[in-house]
Design a protein around this ligand. Structure first.
Ligand SMILES: [Zn+2]
Length: 134
């Protein structure tokens, strides 16, 4: 495939690669924000939900096939949240890049099949006895 269609597809995949390149930090897993009660009966947290301790940030991720839990600081949680969002963005971008690649590769295939069918049709018409020869 040549020409403007291929150039458009190439340009779109270049934009997708640049978007991936522009991302920094990549993480998977889940980040939970929790507050806790300490269990002391005299503590305000026992009666007032707003007085619960925290927030605490817990990051759960898969590492070498196992789930691992980390308690992280607020600063770390901020970066992890960014990294998890980036991970989702990369997956969307990869899916789009995959579609563009398939469109580019299959367009050649479709064009080739179209051409060979057309030439087969032409040949079969040529071998069919002509109406005038009845
Ligand atoms: Zn407490």
């Amino acid at each position: 495939m040549n020409g403007p269609r291929r150039q458009r597809i190439r340009a779109r995949s270049r934009v997708l690669r640049q978007a991936i390149d522009a991302l920094d930090y990549l993480a998977s897993g889940t980040l939970l924000t929790r507050t806790k009660v300490c269990g002391r009966a005299t503590c305000r947290c026992a009666v007032d939900p707003a007085a619960r301790h925290g927030p605490y940030y817990e990051w759960t991720r898969r590492s070498e096939g196992r789930l691992v839990h980390y308690v992280v600081s607020a600063d770390q949680a901020q970066l992890i949240a960014l990294a998890i969002n980036n991970h989702r963005a990369v997956q969307r971008l990869l899916a789009a890049w995959e579609r563009e690649t398939a469109a580019e590769i299959l367009q050649e295939e479709v064009a080739a099949i179209g051409r060979s069918r057309a030439s087969r049709r032409r040949k079969s018409r040529e071998t069919r006895p002509s109406k005038s020869g009845k």
